[in-house]
Design a protein around this ligand. Structure first.
Ligand code: ADP
Ligand code: MG
Length: 345
């Protein structure tokens, strides 16, 4: 496949005194689906715009394969983009929108039409080629944007929160479709989202960003189960960060780290289910919430620390009867207790 690797080498971007990208370095493999994940303002769009050529880094280098593209014009970069604000042309129909990148590149007329229809077929829109953009749903518009991005067979795709305007069900369908399109075409893809679930579902690797810096680069499983910082632990799901001293019993757990992370869903209310080795946290029930597939319980430990405990509905037959204020103990097996290096509670 003719996809290309991307190298981001010590890229820095400031706006006045504000540091939007602080010495970001990252290697993306050819054909990889990599997601930039982070809260609003963490620098995700700035990094994508630098790759696309719309933002000029103060320093650092960007490579596509072995080609230095740091100062190359955007339309010379062989990069397909689907940005939230990189809108479709409302006065053109679907076909004309998809043909546009090829027309811009002065492809022969017959080839333009043929390749536009191939791209529309890939996103299942060939029947709507004559439609006006205004007459399309949100999901259909995003499919047109996808077709427009792939029509010139770029070697890299950049997508900036392409699904954030869609409702939940459509968003989930499109997550699978975008991933399938990636797998069919093999194009190196950098995808941006602030939604951790979306990142976990779609990615080969996730880059967690905060304040213009990379916090961790890893597979979805490692990011979720072995966060390297407190920020990553808390951003990726319901994490409890607990001082080792608060744990009444630690069997089979390294007792020396500065902080332990236990995910809310790693707890059981029945010690037997948690296994032999592990931790037991005693507290009182402050709140409980039924969330359909599970219950979320909030325990308060003696020192005042709150601990979130998530019990799957299938195991939670007694949760409806729990009364706030009652004392209870939550158990987690040693395998579910993760030391976080350098994270103080
Ligand atoms: P994200 O996409 O992760 O939400 P951005 O890359 O858009 O973050 O922005 C990172 C930071 O840089 C934000 O604090 C934003 O306000 C700032 N920023 C982005 N573009 C500009 C600009 N053109 N001028 C000034 N500040 C900017
Ligand atoms: Mg953004």
């Amino acid at each position: 496949m003719k996809s290309l690797a991307i190298t981001i080498d010590s890229v820095r971007k400031t706006y006045g005194t504000y540091i939007a990208l602080d010495d970001v370095s990252l290697d993306i493999k050819a054909g990889e689906f990599l997601t930039l994940l982070g809260p609003s303002g963490s620098g995700k769009t700035t990094l994508l715009m630098a790759l696309a050529g719309f933002v000029r880094p103060d320093s650092g280098k960007l490579l596509l394969g072995d080609q230095d593209i740091t100062r190359l014009a955007p339309n010379k970069r062989d990069i397909g983009i689907v940005f939230q604000n990189y809108a479709l042309f409302p006065h053109m129909n679907v076909l004309a929108n998809v043909e546009y990148p090829l027309v811009l590149r002065k492809a022969p007329r017959a080839e333009v039409r043929k390749r536009a229809f191939e791209a529309l077929a890939r996103v299942k829109l060939e029947d709507l080629s004559e439609r006006n953009i205004a007459a399309l749903s949100g999901g259909q518009r995003q499919r047109v944007a996808l077709a427009r991005a792939i029509v010139f067979e770029p070697r890299v795709m950049l997508m900036d929160e392409p699904l954030s305007a869609l409702d939940k069900n459509l968003r989930e369908t499109m997550q699978y479709e975008i991933r399938r399109l990636h797998d069919d075409l093999g194009i190196t893809t950098i995808y941006v989202t602030h939604d951790q679930r979306e990142a976990l579902i779609m990615s080969d690797r996730i880059v967690v960003m905060n304040s213009g810096r990379i916090q961790q680069i890893d597979t979805p499983q490692r990011i979720y189960n072995h966060p390297s910082t407190r920020f990553v632990a808390e951003f990726m799901g319901e994490a409890n960060i607990i001082a080792p001293g608060l744990v009444r019993r630690i069997d089979g757990v390294d007792a020396s780290p500065e902080a332990l992370m236990i995910r809310a869903e790693s707890f059981h209310l029945d010690a037997k289910l948690a296994g032999r080795d592990g931790v037991a946290l005693e507290g009182t029930l402050r709140a409980k919430a039924f969330r359909g597939e599970n219950w979320l319980l909030t325990l308060v430990l003696d020192g005042g620390q709150e601990v979130l405990v998530c019990i799957p509905a299938a195991l939670a037959s007694g949760c409806a009867e729990l009364a706030t204020g009652q004392s209870m103990t939550a158990f987690a097996s040693a395998a579910k207790v993760h030391a976080i290096p350098g994270a103080r509670t």
